[in-house]
Structure formats: C-alpha cells, structure tokens
Ligand binder design. Sequence first.
Ligand code: KIV
Ligand code: ZN
Length: 557
Amino acid sequence: MAFDHRKYQPFTPVQRPQRRWPEQVIRTAPHWCAVDLRDGNQALVKPMTVAQKMRLFDLLVKVGFKEIEVGFPAASQPDFDFVRALIEQDRIPADVTIQVLTQARDELIARSFESLKGARRAVMHLYNSTSRTQREKVFRMDVAGIRDIAVRGAECVARHAAQQPDTQWVFQYSPESFTGTELDVAVDVVNAVVNVWQPAKGQPVIINLPATVEVSTPNVFADMVEHMNDHIIQREHLQISVHTHNDRGCAVAAAELAVMAGADRVEGTLMGNGERTGNMDLVTMAMNLYSQGVDPKVDFSGMREIIETVEAVTEISTHPRHPYAGELVFTAFSGSHQDAIRKCLVLQQPDEKWDVAYLPIDPRDLGRRYEEVVRINSQSGKGGVLHVLERDYGITLPRWLQIEFSRVVQRQAEEQAGEIDGAAIHALFEQHYLASPKGWELQGYDVHREGDVVRASVRIGTSAVAESLEGEGKGVVDALVAALMARTGRRITVESFDEMALSEGTQASAMACVRVLIDDEPASAAALADDTTSATLQAVLSAVGHRQGSAEVRASA
Ligand code: KIV
Ligand code: ZN
C-alpha cells in the first residue's frame, strides 16, 4: 500500500498540567523581526539581487519594522554586498537594527562580523542544530558535542564583538530544529549559551526558538515555549523570540500561542514567504492583532504597494484568498452574505466600533474599496444586485423588481458562468426595463385633475411621427391605462407600481417602476426622467409596449 500512515509517528505531547498560556490574552504587539531578506530570500527560486533587497528593505522600514534580518553574509556574496551597501550608503534609519545570521563556525562568524563593520547597532544571530534527528543522523554527535558547538560559537561571537566596540551588539542564539529537540536538551544547550553571553551583566541577548519544521499542533509548541520560558536562566534579562514555519499550516497560530506562552518577539516574513510552506506571515499576525483592537506597531494601510513589492522581488504571486491581502478576501459573492454586509454597512457609524457581518476588519483600512466587497455571480441573490445598482448608479429598486431583476442577472451569470460587473448589471437593467420599445417613447403629456378624475392626453411615438392617447381615471396611471386599453383593445391591470426620487448625482431625478398584466400576461418596465409624472407615464408605456411590440404602433401611426 503506497499511502500508508503507519510509516509516520505522532509528535510527543508535552506533559504540562500546570500550563498557564491558555488563560492569556495578547494585549500588546510583540517585537517584530522581519526575516524576508534572509530566510525568505534563501527559499526563492531566484534569490533577490542587491537592488531588489534594497527595495524590500525600504518597504520593511516604511511599514515600521525595527529589526530586520538582512542576510546570511558568510554564506552568500550578494548578502555580504547588500549588508555593506546598507552600511556604506547609510540606508539604515537610526531606530532600525539590522540582523545577520551565522553558523557556529569561527571563519563564518569572522566573515559575518566583517560584513557589519561600521554598523551602529546589529544583531549577530548564531545558530546550530539541536534536534535528535540532526544530532544522530547529520552531525553524528551526542548532546555534549552539540552543546560544545553552540558554546564555542557563542564565545567566538563575544570575542569578535569585543574587537568591534563601536557597534552596539545584540547577540541572538537559535537552537535550530528546536521542535525536534527534547526539551531538557534545548534547555541545556540554550542555558550554556546564555551562560557565555551573560545578559544579566548588560549584554543584550535574544533566544530565538524556531519551529524550523512545524511538527505538531500549535498548543504543543506553546507548551514548549512556556517550558523554555520557565527554565532559561537569566530569563528576565533576555528576550525570547519565536520563528515558526508553516509546514502544517499553523505558523501564525503557533506564533500567537507562543506569545501567550511568554515569547516577547516574533520573526516572520511578509505574506509568509520562506522555506517549503513558508515562514510565519507577519501580515496575518499583525492584522489579527489589529482586528482585536491591539496596535500592531506596523502599518499595512498601503497593502497594494506591499503586495506589488513582495510579488516583484519574490516572483511569487499572492493567493487571492491570502488573509487580509488577497484580492478576494473582502469580497462576498453569496447573496445572504451580500445582504448582511449591505445592511451592516448602512448602519455602521464612523465613531462606532467596527461591527459588520462577514468583514472582520474595515477593508478601507488596507486601502481597499467597498466597491470590491460585493461582486456578482450566479451565487449572488437580490441583495448583491441591489447593492451594486445603488452603489454604482444610485438606483434603488422596489422589492418586487429586486426579485424579478435578480433572476435576470442570475440567468445571465449562469450563462456566462462567471462574474458580472456593475456595468454589465446596469446594461441588463437598461435592456430589460429601462429601454423604451420603439414607437412607445413619451413625447409629451397634458394632465388635468377635475375633482376625483384625472384626464390625461399623452403623445407617444417619435418626434417625427407621434400619436395622441386620451384617457381618464383616478390618477395618472389609471388614465393612461384606460387610454391604452382603448388603444390596444386588451385588458390591462397594474399589479405593482412604485415611483421614487433619485439621489443627487444621478442623471435623472425620478424613477418609476411598473408591473402590468396584459390579458393575464405580465410585463414590467422602469423609466427615468426629470419629473415623476414623465417617469410614471413612460414606465407604463414601456411595460405595455414590451408586450405589444413596436410594429403595431408604427402601423397605426
Ligand atoms: O527555521 C529556522 O530554524 C531558521 C533558523 C536559522 C532560525 O531559519
Ligand atoms: Zn527559518
């Protein structure tokens, strides 16, 4: 059997009945570190050029990241050149700290320090692998050997830093493959490094716990982070950071639970670009905080520019359903969703807390427009169609016409098996309701009321060839219907009739909508005009004309 789950083993849950993190609520943003230019870049088919890195660095600064891992200079010449360019061209703002990654080998550490000559402040990020698999199969070493690599690396970092005293150094250590490392081993190795660096004596230290590979549900990662939080020595003098990858699709959740478990800092990338399934997505985690009323301390209001830049430098397109950033994430096609959104948006007041069904945040906060929220396909009901007509054309339909017209739109959407935009919806409305049949155009009218009786004289046809219809009734509609019954010899009854003033900014000032039965056959029409009587008369004429056809009028004219 090729697809055999017995090949795999489950992760070991952490026995931690005293866990505290489930009760925690995140009320402040963690310190962010953007690792797009290092981890993200390492995962690209075509790594970024120095110019592309510079473009992305500038964007990260603009968004508000204060710590940016800019490369792996000992492993890559372009990374080395980029770090030099940042320093020599004075591109690093005073409140931004750059970070570089190095393996725990003397010559690589030396080269990493060389890349940072002249930096005002920098994080030297040292790592080595600690997991059981890596110890046994890759390095063929016991725990003492792995600890020794970390300790010698930490000592080497401290020596080099002392030789470059003009830079303010922050030391960072990652037990790489932490999620595959037994917790007692992770505590042992990390504490050995902390012991070398001595944060309690004033040396800033970050301990970064990576889910190099995400192997468990996020609660297990949170348990691991909380355990480390409780067992790392000199804890109050250092920062705990997490760096989660997304192998199981939970990198953001794991980072969030890790912050609840005591992490102070989170590493990630924009849109989650990174090795395999990617790194923790900074956009999603920061926007999750924002949607809870927590200041994320980064600004994603220019989301379009962010997407454009990330796509250009990574050559990876953004999924249309990507949280907060995708093209479709604020769009509703389903009728009931559209209806709810439309009603909530009407009620939402500028000074009130955001409370709109189906929209966890206001799309405008990310530079999106409400126009994108309601889009029409065959799944959309009358709510969406109504919303688009109202929004784009200032036209509000009576309920009976909403139902009728949405069927027209749905038929069309089914036929073309796709989306229908606002212009196409308006064109359908024009074609099915507003267009007056040839020969049935209102040319003029005289309406007189005498007591309870309205007498109407209505001229229809073309300006060259017009015909007069005379009738009387209780109102304008009755009078015209009487004239039309006499004219056509058919029984005409009005089933529904609505007239309304249109909002400012629309071409006409009034609209009338009518549904008539002509010898029991229904016909509907709508008309726009500068006054309600003209709109009313034209709507009735068009409805009757739609059934009668134009030939008869031309023949009799
Ligand atoms: O995923 C990882 O473990 C890393 C480390 C180097 C921090 O990128
Ligand atoms: Zn990583």
